[in-house]
Design a protein around this ligand. Structure first.
Ligand SMILES: C[S@@+](CC[C@H](N)C(=O)[O-])C[C@H]1O[C@@H](n2cnc3c(N)ncnc32)[C@H](O)[C@@H]1O
Length: 222
């Protein structure tokens, strides 16, 4: 069940409602933010994976997991807690060390990224690729939507290059879920494909998650 919280009002200069004031007010009144602090999670986003995992139950002991767009590390923490043997988090930003995980500061769209990652995993392919990637937005709705969709497609390409057969892929998508071309490909490559909107994902936000289970093939392993 979603955590509860008392409402806190942020005092501002007369009548002024800057976006930072709105952000601060939302943070102060967000029970997930409080709960993340209480439980020591690095982000409120951790609860999105926790809530999806409550339904999916797919993170198993001894799994190798790759976390795309991992900073500050909330999803990585959850994967480690669930018993994953090794989690590798990739982000453009630096991430504070965590036991059971290894972080690499790089752009996952770099050509060398899949190779670098497999090297870090000692040549073994990961059982799961999870992506909570968010692009840096411009504020221009159409541009931002395109940026987001491009990022999801690249995350999928990345996953298809590195995943073990039988592996899983979870990725943040926006508005109406994965676009039809991408969805067609994902459906061809995975046994089960669905979308989820965990309660921790804000109601007004267009974000939801594409969940693709049991990867059917990996060209390099055939
Ligand atoms: C919403 S945050 C992830 C939060 C994380 N799941 C957690 O629980 O702490 C999205 C991240 O995607 C990262 N990102 C965006 N584009 C990227 C890229 N091309 N390569 C690597 N990371 C990227 C951003 O730097 C940002 O840290």
């Amino acid at each position: 069940m979603a955590p509860r919280n008392k409402h806190t009002r942020v005092k501002t200069a007369r009548g002024r409602k800057s976006s930072s004031t709105r952000w601060l007010q939302r943070q102060l009144n967000d029970p997930y933010v409080k709960e993340a602090k209480r439980l020591g999670y690095r982000s409120r986003a951790a609860f999105k994976l926790i809530e999806m995992e409550e339904k999916l139950n797919i993170i198993k002991k001894d799994m190798l997991v790759v976390d795309l767009g991992a900073a500050p590390g909330g999803w990585t923490q959850v994967a480690v807690e669930k018993g994953a043997k090794h989690v590798i988090g990739i982000d453009l930003l630096e991430i504070e060390d965590m036991e059971g995980a290894e972080f690499i500061q790089m752009d996952f769209t770099d050509n060398e990224a899949p190779e670098k990652l497999l090297e870090m995993l000692g040549g073994e392919k990961p059982d799961m690729v999870i992506s909570d990637l968010s692009p840096y937005t411009t504020g221009h709705k159409k541009t931002d939507h395109l940026k987001i969709m491009a990022l999801v497609e690249m995350a999928y390409d990345f996953a298809a290059q590195v995943l073990k057969p039988g592996g899983h892929f979870i990725a943040k998508v926006f508005q109406g879920g994965a676009q039809s071309d991408l969805l067609k490909m994902v459906k061809a490559d995975f046994e089960t494909v669905k979308h989820m909107k965990p309660p921790a994902s804000r109601k007004g936000s267009p974000e939801q998650y594409l969940v693709a289970l049991d990867f059917r093939k990996n060209v390099e392993t055939e």
